[in-house]
Write a protein that binds this ligand. Structure first.
Ligand code: NDP
Length: 271
C-alpha cells in the first residue's frame, strides 16, 4: 500500500481524503490519502519521504504552495509559470520530486461557462491559488485588480506573473468596503470563508456580478449566500476542487480518475 498526503496548515477540514479514497477504492488500488498538518520547517522532511518512495505523493495547500516549489527537484510547465505547486510526485526515473500545478486546470474547468473576455475581475488574495487563477484569467482575456491583506504580496504578484502588455494588473487596498462599481467578476482566493468569514462583509453585491468563491469546503459560504440572495451568479469551490483532484490523481497513479465516484464522495461529505 502507498500513501498520499495532503500537506497544509490547517488541513483537518479538507474534503480531499473523501474524494481520493473513494477513487482508490473504485479502481481497486491499495492506496490511502491522509491529511498531514505540517509547519514550513517540516516540509523538506516530507519531500524526502516522497523522494525515497516511502510516500506515493502529496497535495499541497494553505500556506505551502509557493514554498514547496523551492524544495522540489524539478517542475512542470504550469507550476513554473504560476510560481506555485499543489501536487508532488516522483519522476519516472524514481529519483526526483516533481512539483505540478493542477489548480489552474481546476479553475479553468469551474469557470468554463463564464464569459471572461474583457471582464474586469477583482481578485481577492495573492497566495498560491491566486497565482493559478490569475494565469487562467489572463488567458481568457480578463483584466485583473488584486486586493490582498498584505499589500506587498499583491504588488509582488502583479509584478512577477507574466501578463499581456495591454493588461497590467492593478492593486487596490484590502478593505471589506472595497468599491465594486467597476467590477464584473469577484474571485475569492483568500482563506476567508473557511470558518464562516465574509471577505466583503460590508460591500453591497449587485445582481450583474459573478462571484467565484474558491473556498473548497462549502457550496454556501457567507459570501456565496449573500451573492445568491442579491441575484448574482455564483460558482462555488467544489467543481474546481474536484477537477484539480482528478488531475492530481492521474499524476500519482497514471490512471484516469473515476470522476463520478469522486464527485459522489465529495458532495456526500460537504456540509
Ligand atoms: P495561501 O496560503 O498561499 O494564500 C492565502 C491567502 O489568503 C493569502 O492571500 C492571504 O493573505 C489570505 N488570507 C489568509 N487569512 C486571511 C485573513 N484572515 N484575512 C485576509 N486574508 C487572509 O493559500 P492558497 O492560495 O493555497 O489558498 C487560498 C484559498 O483558496 C484557500 O481558502 C484554499 O482553500 C482555496 N483553494 C481552493 C481550491 C479549490 O479547488 N476550490 C484550490 C486551491 C485553493 P496574506 O498574503 O495577507 O497572508
Amino acid at each position: 500500500m502507498s500513501v498520499v498526503v495532503l500537506l497544509g496548515h490547517p488541513v483537518a477540514h479538507s474534503l480531499s481524503p473523501a474524494m481520493h479514497n473513494a477513487a482508490f477504492r473504485t479502481l481497486g488500488l491499495p492506496h490511502r490519502y491522509e491529511t498531514l498538518d505540517v509547519t514550513a520547517e517540516a516540509l523538506p522532511g516530507v519531500i524526502d519521504r516522497i523522494r525515497s518512495g516511502e510516500l506515493l505523493g502529496a497535495n499541497v495547500t494553505v500556506p505551502h504552495k509557493e514554498a514547496v516549489l523551492k524544495l522540489v527537484d524539478t517542475w512542470d510547465g504550469p507550476s513554473a509559470e504560476i510560481g506555485a505547486a499543489n501536487t508532488l510526485s516522483r519522476t519516472s526515473d524514481g529519483r526526483r520530486v516533481l512539483g505540478s500545478n493542477t489548480d489552474a486546470v481546476g479553475f479553468a474547468y469551474a469557470t468554463r461557462d463564464l464569459e471572461l473576455d474583457g471582464a474586469r475581475v477583482l481578485l481577492l488574495g495573492a497566495g498560491g491559488a491566486a497565482r493559478a487563477v490569475m494565469a487562467v484569467l489572463f488567458e481568457r482575456g480578463a483584466s485583473i485588480t488584486i486586493a490582498n491583506r498584505t499589500s506587498e504580496r499583491a504588488r509582488s504578484l502583479a509584478r512577477s506573473l507574466a501578463h499581456p502588455v495591454d493588461r497590467e494588473p492593478g492593486v487596490v487596498d484590502w478593505s471589506s468596503r472595497i468599491d465594486l462599481s467597476a467590477v464584473d467578476v469577484i474571485v475569492n482566493a483568500t482563506a476567508l470563508g473557511l470558518h464562516g468569514e465574509d471577505p466583503l462583509a460590508s460591500a453591497e453585491l449587485r445582481p450583474e456580478l459573478i462571484i467565484v468563491d474558491l473556498i473548497p469546503t462549502a457550496t454556501a459560504t457567507p459570501l456565496a449566500r449573500r451573492a445568491r440572495a442579491a441575484g448574482a451568479t455564483v460558482v462555488d469551490g467544489l467543481p474546481m476542487l474536484l477537477q484539480q483532484a482528478a488531475s492530481s490523481f492521474r499524476i500519482w497513479t497514471g490512471q484516469d480518475a473515476p470522476v463520478e465516484a469522486m464527485r459522489a464522495a465529495l458532495y456526500a461529505s460537504v456540509n
